[in-house]
Every structure is written in C-alpha cells, then in structure tokens.
Design a protein around this ligand. Structure first.
Ligand code: KDG
Ligand code: MG
Length: 397
C-alpha cells in the first residue's frame, strides 16, 4: 500500500507536540505518530517536510524496516535527537497503518499480550519540595498508587510545560549540586516516612550530579530502599556510570537521553543498570525500541520507558503496547494527560489504581482532532537552563 502524503501537525495544548500523519492510497487508512522534541519541535518538522516527505511519497507503507534503515543509514549523516525524533514519528505512523490494515492492536503485532495491565508510577507535584512532602501520602492514598516518583531539584519549572506564550530565551533555574546533595537525601527520607515502607519511591536525579555526588546520595539512601534511582549522572561517559554502579547497591534506571541502541549496548552488556528507560521517540520509534527491549531481556534488564507529559498520549499508548507485550517489562511512567490535551488527542492509556489499561483498537489506538489542534498554535519554548547561585556557571538541568 503506497504512501500518498506525510503531514505534520504542530500544536500546543498546554505544551508543544509534533504529530505525524501518514496517508495511504486507501483513503480510510492512515497512521499517526509522535515526533515531539521538547524545545526543538520546528527543527524536526522541517526535516520531515523538506527531506523525508518527498522521498516517502510512493514508498510501500508495509516496508517499515526498510523505510527505517533508509532514513537512518540512507542519508549517510545519521542519528541525533532531531533525526531520530523525525524517524520515530514516521515509524510509529507506519506501525499504526500496519495494525489498522490487519485489524489488530499494536501489541498483537509485537507478539501478543503477556500481561493484562501495566504497573505505573506518578510524579508527586507541588510548587516546593515542602509542599510535596506534605501532599505525598494523600496523593498515594487518593490515586491508589503503588509507586511514586520524586525529582531532585528546586521546583520552579516555567519552561516548556504549561506553555503560556512564546519565550525569547530559556528561563534560568538555580541549582548548586555541590551544596544540595544533603537536602535531596533529607527530602527522600521525609517522603519515605510519610508514605511508609510499602510504597515504591523512584528518585529521578535527572543527570544533575557528578559521579562522586551521585554515589554519596545513593549510598545514604540504600537503607530507604528506593524502587530505583533514575539517571544519577549524565550519560556521556560510560566510565562514570561504571564508577557509580561499582560503589552503590541501589537499583539504577538509565537512558532517557540515549538516542539509539549503540548508546545502550555498553551498559546492557555490563549490567550497569537494572532498568533501561529510553524515550521511544528519541531512539527512532517502535522498530528500535523492540530491538533494545530484546537486548535488555537477554541481560535480565527490565524496562521503564520514559513517559512524561512532554511526550504525547500517542507515545504513552506505544509505551503501553510495548509493556503489555514484553516479558521484561518493569514499570511505566504514568502518562496521565490533562483535559486540554484530550481535546486534541483521542485515545491513550487509562489510569486506575496504580495500573494502566487500554481498550482494544487496531493500530496504536489514538487519533488527532486536527481542527482542535489548530485552535492551539505552536509557541516557542525552551527547556530551562540551570546555573549555580554561587558562581553563575552552567550545570545540568
Ligand atoms: O523534556 C524533559 C522531560 O522529558 C524530562 O525532564 C522528564 O526526566 C523526566 C522524566 O523522567 O519524566
Ligand atoms: Mg527522568
């Protein structure tokens, strides 16, 4: 079945999302994908429209692997966030088409169900860490959560989430990793005491600490049994990850900044982490995710695919299809979306009592209301940058 058009839908219901819609010679059958790249959406859209759309028109939508390799290798210049996000939008849309043609949900194409529902975790939200400490227990109780997630940082946000209008430059957030490790340890311990021992607590260190600082924090938290420590350090230096792994015994989840399987391989084969948590958009979509999943399974590593709100419900749905069909699933970040986003995107996982479910529908099971999307035009936004209050130098956000 030939591809007849590749459309992009850039919209901002709360925050920017970039969707891909692939049309086929069967007017009834089209596919939807997510190519959102927080803070760089226009660059991805341009790549799709200027370079990928013309070459995809006329290609056979059934040949997903061949199209994936053609985009990845065929251009000679390969990889990186912009190319891999564009590739993902197209890849997801092609899998959606395949599912619709077969009349089967994506999970069925991936091998079929191995579980009925998907354990998930939710972010504890609040304007200050103190507010989060006060709210955590009630949040767990009301939502029936089994696992919650905290983030190391001094909340102030105002970046790309809850987008209020075009930004001229990134906001600057204060962060002093040298002096805040003890405060972050105390924050975790206070939440542990509030929610009790039965609730899992994920602590996202968000690549914000150096290896020595991360080791210091993780060792102090060993007795408070974190569900996992997420991205304790930046992903650039594998030696640093070896150091962290060698000096702590808490479970580690890693990899939301990885861009392909090659970045995952060293950590997988040395078991430097217990959970792989790539962002399926960032690694080029379902075709790459199933390969990374299989490599992780061979090394007894579980999955915790990245799933915050800056990926759309389409990606939350894809995460869900992967989770429900893969043996080595670990946990899923809960992609509960707000009502404005639901006006634009139909479908996606449904949350209940700590688990996610989805009704059976052919393909990914999501659709975009293009008229509603047009009511929420794109607004340029940046991920904030972090600077130390001590000397104003940049550090990881
Ligand atoms: O755009 C950045 C977010 O995707 C990231 O900050 C979220 O780390 C994150 C998480 O684990 O949800
Ligand atoms: Mg994270």
């Amino acid at each position: 079945m030939k591809i007849t058009d590749v459309r992009t839908i850039l919209t901002c219901p709360k925050q920017n999302y970039l969707f891909v819609k692939i049309l086929t010679e069967d007017r009834e059958i089209y596919g939807i994908g997510d190519a959102s790249l927080n803070g760089r959406e226009k660059a991805v859209e341009d790549l799709i429209q200027e370079y990928l759309r013309p070459m995809l028109i006329g290609m056979d939508a059934d040949r997903i692997e061949d199209i994936w390799q053609t985009i990845y290798r065929g251009a000679y210049w390969r990889g990186g966030n912009i190319i891999m996000s564009a590739l993902c939008g197209i890849d997801m849309a092609l899998w959606d088409i395949k599912g619709k043609r077969a009349g089967l949900p994506l999970y069925s194409l991936l091998g079929g169900r191995v579980r009925e529902r998907v354990l998930c975790y939710s972010h504890v939200l609040g304007k200050t860490n103190e507010e989060k400490v006060q709210k955590a227990a009630a949040f767990v109780e009301e939502k029936g959560l089994k696992v919650i997630r905290l983030r190391a940082g001094l909340p102030s946000a105002n970046g790309t989430l809850n987008n209020q209008g075009h930004q001229a430059r990134p906001k600057v957030e204060p962060w002093d990793p040298e002096f805040l490790a003890d405060e972050m340890i105390a924050y975790f311990i206070r939440i542990r005491k509030k929610v009790g021992d039965k609730v899992g607590i994920i602590f996202d260190l968000h690549e914000r600490f150096s290896p020595d600082q991360a080791v210091y924090i993780m060792r102090k938290l060993e007795d408070y049994h974190p569900f996992f420590i997420e991205d304790p350090i930046a992903p650039d230096c594998i030696e640093s990850l070896r150091t962290v792994r060698a000096h702590t015994n808490v479970p580690i989840a890693f990899g939301e900044l990885y861009k392909d399987r090659y970045e995952c391989i060293p950590g997988i084969i040395e078991r430097l982490y217990d959970f792989i948590r790539c962002d399926i958009i960032r690694i080029g979509g379902i075709t790459e995710a199933k390969k990374i999943n299989a490599m992780a399974e061979a090394f007894d590593i579980k999955t915790a695919w990245h799933g915050p709100n800056d990926v759309s419900p389409v990606t939350h749905a894809v995460n869900w299809h992967m989770n429900v069909s893969c043996f080595n699933f670990g946990i899923q970040e809960d992609g509960t979306v707000d009502d404005t986003v639901k006006k634009v995107v139909r479908g996606g996982p449904v949350y209940k009592d700590g688990y996610l479910t989805m009704p059976d529908q052919p393909g990914i099971g999501c659709d975009i209301d293009e008229e509603a999307a047009a009511e929420y035009p794109y607004k340029r936004a940046y991920i904030p940058v972090c600077r130390r209050t001590s000397d104003e130098s940049l550090c990881d956000w």
